[in-house]
Design a protein around this ligand. Structure first.
Ligand SMILES: NC(=O)c1ccc[n+]([C@@H]2O[C@H](COP(=O)([O-])OP(=O)(O)OC[C@H]3O[C@@H](n4cnc5c(N)ncnc54)[C@H](O)[C@@H]3O)[C@@H](O)[C@H]2O)c1
Length: 255
């Protein structure tokens, strides 16, 4: 994407999984990328693995409001202002699928990471975007938030539904300031963590049947999601806002 050259991006939960591929893709297209992640091990691994030089890592727990505020203050003092925010941090946190087994604590943890962390990061970057009359916010929704889930629970589905509907509202509020807000909604992307979750929660027969419902007959790859995020994050996508883009091999049509 040529429209990423010279831009500065903030990507949450991006030392591993989808986020790492998103950060790498943006950096490879010429953006300076700040990666937020809680895990020191994942950060060490990602900084060793990545071939890109434009990555800057910050260790932060995105469920901790004070930690987020301190990190964003530190970044601002260091001269970072963000053209692009990718709210990637999230997940079902391996909480139970069965609704009646999900505790209040499960709901709070899943909402905190998927929804509240995104709200706090948006609040932190939007004033700078308004000043510069330019911004790209890309949220990670999910096939689960669009159609329900075969292997995660209602807490995760509701959290992604909230992220997706917030995307529509923010697109309308921020549009007049030159800021777009879109969401990428992946189906199952076979990271090692999702591979483990699927093998715990689905038999091999169920997995084969699920594959039959995906027109492309394969699960997603992190690169599939990174490419869609990079498009929404680019300057070229400036006339596209309030969109929820399914990246699920067409599986949504079978849901
Ligand atoms: N993997 C999939 O199949 C899939 C499908 C649909 C949507 N999604 C969404 O895509 C996003 C990324 O998913 P993933 O599977 O790559 O995630 P993941 O669980 O692999 O986590 C990625 C990173 O987030 C970091 N992280 C976790 N909790 C954190 C916290 N409190 N503070 C800071 N960092 C934290 C982890 O250290 C890790 O490096 C999520 O929003 C997820 O809901 C994923």
């Amino acid at each position: 994407m040529s429209g990423l050259q010279g831009k500065t991006a903030l990507v949450s939960g991006a030392a591993d999984g989808l986020g790492a591929a998103i950060a790498d893709n943006l950096a490879a297209s010429g953006a300076r990328v700040v990666v937020l992640d809680r895990s020191a091990d994942a950060i060490a691994q990602a900084s060793k693995n990545s071939e890109n030089t434009g990555l800057h890592f910050e260790q932060v727990d995105l469920t901790d409001a004070e930690d987020i505020a301190a990190t964003m203050n530190r970044l601002s003092t260091a001269g970072f202002g963000f053209d692009i925010l990718v709210n990637n941090a999230g997940g079902s946190l391996h909480t139970p699928r069965a609704f009646v087994e999900e505790t209040d604590e499960d709901w709070a943890r899943v909402m905190d990471l998927n929804v509240t962390a995104a709200v706090r990061l948006i609040r932190a970057v939007v004033p700078g975007m308004v000043d510069r009359a330019y911004g790209r916010i890309v949220n990670l929704g999910s096939k689960a938030g669009r159609y329900g889930s075969l292997f995660t629970g209602a807490n995760y589905v509701a959290a992604k539904g909230a992220v997706q509907s917030m995307t529509l509202q923010l697109a309308q509020e921020f549009g007049p300031h030159g800021i777009t807000c879109n969401a990428v909604c992946p189906g199952a992307i076979l990271t090692p963590r999702v591979e483990r979750l699927l093998s715990e929660r689905q038999t091999s027969e169920q997995r084969a049947r699920v594959l039959e419902t995906i027109p492309t007959r394969r699960h997603g790859r992190v690169e599939d999601v990174a490419a869609a995020v990079a498009f929404f994050a680019s300057e070229e996508a400036g006339f596209i806002t309030g969109q929820l883009l399914d990246v699920n091999g067409g599986q949504g049509m079978s849901s």
